[in-house]
Design a protein around this ligand. Structure first.
Ligand code: PGA
Length: 314
């Protein structure tokens, strides 16, 4: 390639279209998000591919498989878009306005309490838009390495010197059963007894599952599992319907309701973990991100603790 590649890449809009297709996983889905027709989207991708003189993707059945060149262009497109976003924030900062977008990517289990932090913050800063992505631990780790968000929320962030973390709230994992289950009336249940029941587990890639597996390394019990269910709410409903028992963050009950469910009195539980805010050390923070972080540290965290206490989960 020559050293004037940018002259062949086309427009920023084409890069936006490429990112939308990559994130949506298909041209059809991206056309809907972008309010464009499918032929327009395909045409713009073709122009981009012609510009770099190599295909961006192949189709296998109905799936798009991006080529290495396609992925490299996606990486650059993200950097370009991020730097425009930073410029946008910078200009807003220079105008002295706290307006722009706060970008958070959080694990599914933390979506129960993050809105309780965002509510008061947004009331105070009505011009701030929020972009809130939710995924399981593995999906949020992938986003963390891409670095397109201001903050990430996990209970088990990857150990890497490029990231900073703020330990901001305890996250106890408790065992639950249907409220009419015989174990719900028992005290001092041991793990062997608990795992004699069918255990409903989150999917591979989930932080909850990771915490349970790490905890079990130190215990001499065999899991007889299992049913895998990819959502905390679906697990709660399955437990309520007596399909089995489970171990979940107490916050799924505190903020998501616990009717029809009982927290079991298991000797070795809860599994004590913590929630962390994580961000990239070298990424300059916008004024909005800094304001949000200060709010979390100074008030948001203590307000959440008060709310948890009020809900009977201190
Ligand atoms: P999960 O993550 O929603 O992927 O299970 C929860 C956690 O990190 O503890």
């Amino acid at each position: 390639m020559n050293n004037r590649l940018h002259a062949h890449i086309g427009t920023l809009r084409q890069l936006e279209i490429l990112l939308a297709v990559y994130e949506a996983g298909s041209i059809t889905a991206a056309s809907e998000t972008l309010h464009l027709t499918q032929p327009t989207v395909s045409m713009q991708l073709k122009k981009l591919a012609d510009g770099i003189d190599t295909p961006l993707y192949h189709t296998v059945g109905r799936r798009l498989i991006f080529t290495d060149s396609g992925l490299a262009l996606i990486h650059t497109a993200r950097e370009v878009m991020n730097s425009f976003q930073r410029l946008d924030m910078k200009l807003a900062d220079l105008r002295g306005m706290k307006a722009g977008t706060l970008k958070l990517a959080v694990v599914t289990t933390s979506k129960y309490f993050i809105p309780h932090l965002l509510g008061p913050f947004c009331k105070r800063h009505p011009n701030v838009d929020i972009q809130f992505k939710v995924g399981n631990r593995q999906q949020i780790i992938d986003r963390l390495y891409e670095g397109s968000d201001d903050f990430y929320v996990f209970s088990h962030p990857p150990a890497d010197s490029r990231f900073e973390t703020l330990d901001f709230l305890p996250n106890p994992l408790v065992a639950i059963s249907a409220s009419k289950h015989r174990l719900s009336r028992k005290k001092n249940i041991n793990l062997t007894e608990l795992f004699a029941e069918k255990l409903l587990m989150r999917e591979a890639g989930s932080g909850t599952r990771y915490a349970i597996e790490e905890f079990l390394k130190g215990e001499k019990v065999q899991l007889r599992s299992n049913m895998t269910i990819e959502s905390n709410e679906a697990i709660k409903h399955a437990v309520m319907s007596e399909l089995g028992v489970s171990i979940l963050s107490a916050h799924t009950l505190a903020f998501g309701g616990k009717s029809g469910l009982a927290v079991l009195n298991v000797k070795q539980l809860p599994i004590e973990t913590n929630w962390y805010f994580v961000w990239l050390k070298d990424k300059p923070q916008s004024l909005i991100a800094e304001t949000f972080f200060n709010y979390v540290e100074s008030e948001g965290r203590s307000n959440l603790l008060i709310e948890l206490k009020r809900l009977g989960f201190s």
